[in-house]
Design a protein around this ligand. Structure first.
Ligand code: SF4
Length: 419
């Protein structure tokens, strides 16, 4: 149900996020081979943490300050990403939980039960040793901030006769130990061809996952895997969304992002939402409450489209700044005019300039995929007049459904803007 559409005529309603989301990219080591991974194969070969102790200490100190400064907050989530933290060891995970907890404590969130520290893992390895490590990590947890594994599923494993059942056992043990395990998967042409939406939805439902984060994050390096078969990826996402809507046991992360953005820019007088108004009204608040720190200490905006996506070299975009440049707030404020004008510039070109969903699209992180598609020449693979990737079809489907619901509830003309 749609709520809170109290926008003034012609204005974009600013989203005051009560949640602070932080991601620290300290580990790139991974034995997995997802074609849609944002990491290059040579980055995944690392055998130790990629962030030095000094940079980690600097990041945690600055993020504590930031968490304390941006309140009042309802929830704080700190995720240590991107790859497999179990490869680095139990001592390291114990340290990360303590550091992440200190950021949560500094922000004094009202909803402590839903504020947590997450760590990514692909659970690739010998099941007996992975399970022993998970048990040891759980046994060493201190304090009251939950620690939750964020498990990345390589789609090929869903059907693997040999590894599938073993992987499933590891996931179930992790769930039993930590109370909750989130599931995520990286989409690519390869992934959608070996894992159907039905298979992923049934796997998630059968194993008790309530949220599945589907990541689709084109980079300059993975563009051939993520952008060459956009039609197949789009069909897959639409079908997965339809299943998630029907099976209320699972939700996707992209529907709320698109729905929230549509909801935020609707105008009571039915006028078309402006691109500039949408970007200026939504993006600054998003970035203040959702940031990522890369392994070198660069501060990145953590944007959302199909999962998280950011501005970084790997997407052909500039970071906000470096942790050594000042407080996180100062770094964000200094970079904000440049970031907003970059997003508006991307949407002012090609098919985006005349697209009826451009304002909604610009309030999310889809412009990163658009930028990569253009930079790698992949937007030319499709009709130049058409959307360069999955955004139009998804926004259109979700906007139509919201409009139909709205009309059914006789709420008036709020959807004319995207009609
Ligand atoms: S939906 Fe597609 S064409 Fe429209 S603004 Fe977004 S990326 Fe551009």
């Amino acid at each position: 149900m749609l709520t809170n559409r109290t926008t003034q005529s012609g204005a974009v309603r600013r989203r005051k996020a009560g949640e602070l989301q932080i991601q620290i990219d300290d580990v790139y080591a991974c034995l997995g081979q997802c074609a849609g991974c944002v990491l290059a194969p040579e980055e995944r070969k690392a055998q130790s943490a990629d962030m030095t102790e000094e940079t980690l200490a600097l990041a945690v100190g600055k993020l504590r300050e930031h968490a304390a400064a941006v309140g009042p907050l309802n929830r704080i989530n700190v995720t240590f990403g991107i790859a497999d933290h179990l490869l680095i060891g139990v001592d390291y995970l114990e340290k990360l939980h303590a550091l992440g907890s200190s950021i949560v404590e500094a922000g004094r969130p009202a909803d402590r039960a839903h504020s947590a520290v997450f760590f990514t893992t692909s659970l690739v390895g010998k099941p007996a040793s992975v399970i022993a490590m998970l048990r040891e990590v759980r046994a060493r947890m201190r304090g009251s901030v939950p620690l939750i594994p964020l498990v990345v599923l390589d789609g090929r494993l869903i059907k693997s006769m040999k590894f599938g059942p073993m992987w499933r056992e590891m996931v179930l043990v992790a769930k039993e130990l930590f109370g909750k395990v989130d599931l995520s998967t990286n989409l690519s042409g390869d992934a959608v061809s070996c894992m159907s939406p039905q298979e992923l939805a049934s796997f998630a439902t059968r194993n008790g996952f309530d949220e599945v984060t589907v990541n689709w994050a084109p980079t300059i390096r993975n563009a051939a895997s993520t952008l060459d078969d956009v039609a197949a990826v789009t069909t897959w996402l639409l079908e997965f969304d339809r299943l998630a809507e029907r099976k209320h046991a699972i939700t996707t992360s992209f529907r709320p992002v698109i729905a929230r953005t549509i909801d935020a820019i609707m105008c009571r007088d039915g006028s078309a939402p402006s691109l500039i108004g949408a970007v200026e009204g939504i993006v600054p608040e998003t970035i203040r409450k959702s940031i990522e720190i890369d392994h070198l200490g660069f501060v990145l905006p953590k944007l959302e489209a199909i999962g998280d996506i950011t501005h970084a070299d790997r997407h052909g975009l500039k970071a906000l700044g470096h942790l050594s440049d000042g407080t996180v707030e100062e770094i964000i404020e200094r970079a904000m005019p440049r970031v907003l004008s970059k997003i508006i510039g991307i949407h002012a070109q090609g098919a985006c300039s005349t697209c009826r969903h451009t304002a909604v699209c610009a309030g999310t992180g889809f412009h990163v995929a658009t930028h990569v598609a253009r930079k790698t020449g992949r937007s030319q693979a499709f009709d130049e007049e058409a959307c360069p990737h999955v955004a139009y079809a998804l926004i259109d489907a979700i906007a139509s459904q919201m409009r139909a619901q709205d009309e059914a509830m006789d709420r008036g003309p709020l959807f004319r803007a995207t009609a």
